[in-house]
Design a protein around this ligand. Structure first.
Ligand SMILES: [Zn+2]
Length: 679
């Protein structure tokens, strides 16, 4: 038997523990997204919580974990009789791997068996396995958007729905969803972020005593897990009892109007989109009250809920990281809890049924200077004309960008150029026809484009072409001894539609950040062009990556990710200066592309090389160019001035790349005045 690390023995991480417990108490809270660096015991604590969840009664043999007391009437393994005997089993933790297919997640319907044998056969996926347990997605930001959508739909509806060729299966799929992500590897799109109930930022403690205690306990656990678990058994049993008690209490917890109005005021002041935030905050506050043993929601419960439910819902630029101004939260709560006891609805407190504050509600606190929730983040926008001053780059992005280039800083002339307003860029597409996932860049065979023909399927049929299938079967009917109406179908008659649409690509930027570009105005133009291309990639649903080369070598400033926010942050803090190791940049690009091909072979890469073609270090450019030969590429020529060497032109012809000059790109494009509208 595998012994999991005890939940109670986890040091610190109080927000994360609370968020998990609130979800364990009430499924309405809607899951947790855990953001944080690697090595912060995220998966240990999720497993620890799963071990604390009460066992569930299931119908024996049902692959969909039906509850014998209330079996799912639509259960594909049903119907189960009213007096089905239940068996008890522990709540499961199911892990969704990042590379999972859609079939693996939602299950698969066998179209071939249905047509040839008349049997409706469904193979359940991970959503079925996770029903009544925990579904854990490590690196959820690296999961394909389409899978994230399916996952969050199922989580929101408590149902998994699979449809193929007008056959469909529906089964219950209610689970506690926990996703983890390292924001360094790219943000989730805001619309996906919003669909997780709560978010928690985790950081390894900076307190030496706490760090030592973490290690001490971990060593003790690794040395003798049963003994360690035994020492924590009493705490764990008490925790399990508290969860059961809170679950029993939660449906009876009262949310007074005054508290509901408080929630609405807080949500309005933080400028969250829609009413989902109000609903999640209310549900989390109710769960918190139940967890605290209360039968009525108090301001303390609202505060605890808002801290976890709102940071990722603030309306913001797509390039901003989540966050919440706690001082403002406390100010809002103080104002709205004055003169009101927790149980006193008070006069005129009838908040609308949809959670909007009444018209006479006190306006939210607004310190001078406009938008406090946004100012709190104080992030530089992509459109801001000025970047950090030379040598003053700060913050995590700058730190890691510098950490990535440790030995290169012997040049005195390292600086950080600013960024101007992004502009619309001409479409840069991969030639030919790909088979990548849906997007808006290059032509491809997709599942949702227009039908342009039919073919024999290579695996199981997903998108049946009825006419082609009938035509394939028709000549065989006499041979197959058909005597009455209807067709005799065999598996090899089946044809699937060939559709053409647009795919997203992997756009890998390789940017020269050396001294030859460091004339400050030039680098601003380069950064602005790359930022514009990043915005374009965001709209076209591409994956993006960023490699820079300068000084001693090339650095992967942003590993390929489906999200561009981190790329924009890296770009803004990108230092420039030093020699020009062009070959190192190309070599690093070849390495990154090789790994990405293993990860997702169908996603075709587009290499965008931003350079003046000059190389003053880093090896043989010809040989390095050979490593990326055959990859669709674009050279953005940055050379300017009266005397031109034409090196980028030569590089482009060596690579078979399209050549675009930096200046023409900016001239062709129109400035995106409000880039938020463009997204
Ligand atoms: Zn069942």
């Amino acid at each position: 038997m595998i012994i999991t690390y005890p939940f109670s023995a986890v040091v610190g991480l109080t927000d994360l523990k609370l968020a998990l417990v609130l979800n364990a108490v009430s499924p309405r809270v809607g899951g947790v997204l855990v953001r944080g660096e690697k090595g912060t015991a995220k998966s240990t604590i999720v497993r620890a919580l799963a071990a604390q969840l009460p066992a569930v009664d299931v119908v024996p043999g049902c692959r969909f974990a039906c509850d014998p007391a209330a079996p799912d009437p639509e259960c594909p393994d049903g119907p189960h009789g009213p007096d089905a005997e239940g068996v008890s089993r522990p709540a499961v933790l199911v892990e969704l791997p990042v590379g999972a297919s859609e079939d693996r997640l939602v299950g698969s319907l066998d179209v071939e068996r249905a047509l040839t044998e008349g049997v409706k056969s469904f193979e359940p996926g991970l959503l079925a396995a996770a029903h009544r347990g925990v579904l854990y997605v490590d690196e959820v930001n690296l999961l394909h958007d389409h899978l994230v959508d399916l996952l969050l739909d199922a989580a929101a509806l408590g149902t998994c729905y699979v449809e193929r060729e007008s056959m469909s299966v529906r089964h219950a799929a209610r689970f506690l969803l926990v996703g983890t992500m390292n924001p360094e590897e790219g943000e989730l799109r805001p619309q996906l972020l919003d669909r997780f109930g709560l978010t928690v930022e985790v950081k390894a403690s900076r307190d030496p005593a706490e760090r030592a205690e973490v290690v001490r306990r971990r060593l003790a656990f690794d040395a003798d897990a049963p003994a360690f678990a035994g020492r924590w058994a009493a705490e764990e049993a008490a925790l399990a009892r508290s969860i059961v008690a809170a679950r029993a209490r939660v449906s009876a917890v009262r949310l007074p109007d005054a508290r509901l109005r408080q929630i609405a005021t807080v949500c309005a002041a933080f400028e969250v989109d829609g009413l989902r935030a109000d609903l999640v905050t209310a549900n989390a506050a109710i769960a918190h009250a139940a967890w605290q043993g209360r039968d009525t929601v108090t301001t303390e419960d609202v505060r605890a809920a808002a801290r976890l439910a709102l940071p990722h819902r603030r309306r913001r630029d797509p390039f901003d990281a989540p966050g919440l101004d706690e001082e403002l939260l406390d100010e809002l709560l103080r104002r709205t809890s004055e003169d009101e006891g927790p149980d006193d609805p008070g006069p005129g407190n009838d908040a609308g049924p949809d959670g909007t504050p009444p018209p006479d509600a006190e306006p939210p606190a607004r310190p001078e200077g406009g938008d406090p929730a946004r100012d709190a983040a104080s992030h530089e926008r992509p459109g801001d004309p000025v970047g950090p001053e030379p040598g003053t780059a700060e913050g995590p992005a700058a730190e890691s960008a510098q950490a990535a280039a440790p030995a290169a800083e012997t040049d005195a002339a390292v600086r950080v150029a600013g960024v101007s307003a992004p502009f619309r860029v001409p479409l840069l597409a991969v030639p030919g026809i790909g088979e990548g996932t849906a997007g808006r860049r290059s032509r491809s065979r997709t599942r949702h484009g227009r039908s342009i023909g039919a073919r024999r399927p290579s695996g199981s049929v997903r998108d049946l072409h009825v006419m082609a299938t009938v035509l394939a079967a028709a000549p065989q009917q006499r041979k197959r001894g058909r005597s009455g109406p209807g067709l005799v179908l065999r598996g090899d008659d089946l044809r699937e539609a060939v559709r053409e649409g647009k795919e997203g690509n992997l756009v890998l930027f390789v940017v020269d950040a050396s001294g030859s570009m460091a004339a400050r105005k030039r680098m601003t133009a380069v950064k602005t062009a790359v930022l514009s291309l990043l915005l374009d990639a965001y709209q076209r649903r591409d994956k993006v990556g960023l490699i820079t080369f300068r000084g001693a070598g090339a650095q992967v400033a942003l590993p390929p990710t489906s999200s561009v926010e981190a790329g924009a942050a890296r770009l803004r803090s990108l230092p420039t200066g030093g020699r020009t190791p062009l070959a190192a940049g190309l070599t690093r690009a070849a390495e990154v592309l090789r790994v990405e091909r293993l990860r997702d072979a169908a996603r075709r890469p587009l290499l965008v090389l931003v350079t003046d073609g000059r190389a003053t270090a880093g090896g043989d450019v010809d040989r390095a160019a050979g490593l990326v030969a055959g990859i669709a590429s674009v050279v953005v020529d940055c050379e300017n001035g009266p005397v031109r060497l034409g090196l980028a032109v030569r590089l482009a012809s060596r690579l078979g790349a399209r050549l675009v000059s930096l200046d023409s790109m900016a001239d062709l494009g129109t400035v995106v005045r409000d880039h938020r509208k463009a997204i």
